[in-house]
Design a protein around this ligand. Structure first.
Ligand SMILES: Cc1cc2nc3c(=O)[nH]c(=O)nc-3n(C[C@H](O)[C@H](O)[C@H](O)COP(=O)(O)OP(=O)(O)OC[C@H]3O[C@@H](n4cnc5c(N)ncnc54)[C@H](O)[C@@H]3O)c2cc1C
Length: 457
């Protein structure tokens, strides 16, 4: 009875909305992007602003409830939801202000990539964001933020000038180069470990409105050759050019290679730059051409539709060696679902010119983020699709160098440490300073560094 009264009090104190299991909105509210995730939180607090975040966190503390943080809800493991706890949902916090003169955007944490890109492109500006437009800017940025502009402009997190955050004890802090600089460092790659970020300030760059992008599709007999050519071509590519690759099922149902360049300079220069890439072999399709930047950013939306069943396991590759190409092609051959893909997201360029300890994102030397994405629709097919992704991941392990925290599932402490790498101990010290009780632990968790004699749960 007391709990119900307390929940009703929280409901009336929020400017946003509180959804409980008894509410009609609950079934929809507890869903996230990955249809595999089926958790039942006790409360979902749709926050309207920072004051609501403070109130929701205070409630969770008082009632000793686990709290998770949801922005875009895209995390593959569903970490933004919790069983029997409180979800701090930011998805309705959509304010964005673009200063075209200073080239800075102040963006609330509930924006999706599509919303952010639309607002910044209205001024001919952009900053690096990912490839599926209903991903949240918040989770993406806090883990790093790999995207098509990265080789020219760095990761999303490299462009974070400042962030506003509510800590576990309800303090409102600003983190920038001049204020709480240790927190500013940790928020750029350290994930959701330090508090609830309510807004980011991003550095913007002139981009578009048109870029040169699209894909070349090679049939099964040319897959290996296409990947090799792509690797050789990409090694010397200028920063304006990012060439992602994927293994997919072609129109004939057999394995195919999709090579996807994106040139973020002028279209004329781009056409010259990609000509040697296009000259290879006889692609089944060549769909490279001028396209609106905002349109290109939606390229993955159809495949990565909300509610499908997804499973993936990721790893960085310092290079795409001959053996790695062979292992990829051989493992892909057994793919059980025609929707599934293996993605190679290219890094390098400006990403690699930042020192590994300059921000919490440590994997600066990676050439590619490589991950099999199993995609299917029938729960009866769960096991074989998951097995395929695991086996492909295992086959690629000898060529890998750590994992991207944003592509990590629920995979245990060793993998979490492999995500933070040499920056882990420093992250633990920042964690001890801003979240010493590990209140924010439903994430790829950094345990607070203990002082001798400390007891931390
Ligand atoms: C289809 C698809 C495509 C993707 N493509 C890319 C890509 O191109 N590049 C890339 O870098 N990543 C990509 N990702 C990975 C993506 O960056 C992560 O899934 C990221 O966690 C999504 O952010 P979100 O806000 O949508 O997630 P959510 O699930 O809402 O949040 C994930 C976690 O982030 C933390 N978090 C989120 N918001 C906050 C906040 N405001 N304050 C504190 N902690 C917070 C929490 O720990 C939370 O559990 C992709 C993911 C998917 C599913």
């Amino acid at each position: 009875m007391g709990a119900m009264i307390a929940m009703e009090r929280l409901r009336t104190s929020l400017r946003g909305e509180l959804v409980l299991p008894i509410d009609a909105a609950y079934e929809t509210a507890r869903r996230v992007w990955n249809g595999m995730v089926d958790k039942r939180p006790a409360l979902i607090a749709y926050c309207a602003g920072r004051d609501d975040v403070v109130a929701a966190l205070a409630f969770a503390r008082q009632h000793d409830l686990p709290a998770s943080v949801r922005a875009g809800g895209h995390n593959v493991a569903g970490n933004s939801l919790c069983e029997n706890g409180l979800v701090v949902d930011l998805s309705r916090m959509k304010a964005i202000h673009v200063d075209p003169v200073r080239r800075v955007a102040r963006a609330a944490a509930g924006l999706t990539l599509a919303e952010f890109d639309a607002a910044t492109q209205a001024h001919g500006l952009a900053t690096t964001m990912g490839v599926n437009s209903d991903t949240g800017i918040a989770g993406l940025t806090l883990g790093g933020g790999i995207g098509r502009l990265g080789r020219k402009h760095g990761l999303a997190c490299d462009n974070v000038l400042a962030a506003e955050i509510v800590t576990a004890d309800g303090r409102l802090l600003r983190a920038s180069e001049d204020e709480n600089a240790d927190l500013h460092w940790a928020l750029r790659g350290g994930g959701g470990n330090f508090g609830v970020v309510t807004a980011f300030e991003y550095r913007l760059h002139p981009v578009g409105p048109t870029v040169l992008a699209g894909s070349l599709l090679y049939g099964s007999d040319a897959v290996r050759g296409a990947l090799r050519h792509c690797r050789e071509f990409s090694r010397a590519a200028p920063d304006e050019l990012c060439v992602d690759a994927a293994l997919v099922s072609g129109p004939d149902g057999r394995p195919a290679a999709s090579i996807s360049p994106c040139w973020c300079g002028t279209v004329e220069a781009g056409l010259k730059a990609v000509a040697p890439l296009r000259a290879f072999g006889a692609p089944v399709e060549d769909r490279i051409g001028p396209v609106a930047y905002t349109q290109m950013q939606k390229g993955g939306d159809e495949l990565f539709a909300r509610g499908r069943r997804f499973y993936w396991k990721a790893q960085f590759l310092p290079e795409l060696s001959e053996q790695a190409v062979d292992a990829l092609v051989e493992s892909f051959a057994g793919v059980p679902s025609p929707l599934s893909v293996v993605v190679l997201q290219q890094l390098g360029g400006a990403v690699a010119r930042v020192a590994p300890d300059a921000t919490a994102f440590v994997h600066r030397n990676a050439a590619y983020d490589c991950f099999p994405i199993a995609i299917w629709e029938d729960p009866a097919d769960d096991e074989r699709n998951i097995r395929w992704a695991r086996e492909l991941y295992a086959a690629m392990q000898p060529y890998s160098s750590g994992v991207y925290v944003n592509n990590l599932g629920d995979e245990g402490e060793e993998r979490v440490r492999s995500a933070y790498g040499a920056n882990y101990a420093r992250l633990q010290r920042v964690k001890a300073r801003y979240d010493p009780t590990n209140f924010f632990r439903l994430n790829q968790n950094v345990a607070p560094m203990r002082a001798p004699g400390d007891r931390i749960n």
